[in-house]
Design a protein around this ligand. Sequence first.
Ligand SMILES: [Zn+2]
Length: 96
Amino acid sequence: MHLIPCPWCGPRDEAEFNYRGDATVRRPAPDAGVDAFYDYVYTRANPRGWHTEWWHHAGGCRQFVKVVRHTMTHAIAGAGRATDEMPLPKEGRAAE
Ligand SMILES: [Zn+2]
């Protein structure tokens, strides 16, 4: 059991959350072209190390939470609101 520190509800069981994907993906400009939109929709990194992700607190406040999670250990370094900057821990982001 892992606890995700929801900024609205406090630490809650991960079973209350749904994983919603990579929080580092940014929508390209409207004129960026087909390849840029293909990458935006389909291409994802598979990082080994700290990663920023979206989790939806479906069993609680129903808010989207930005979570910094280690993909190997599942350790959670922190969580915040959608607009929060979530710096990765000092060891940084592992190779993607
Ligand atoms: Zn919540």
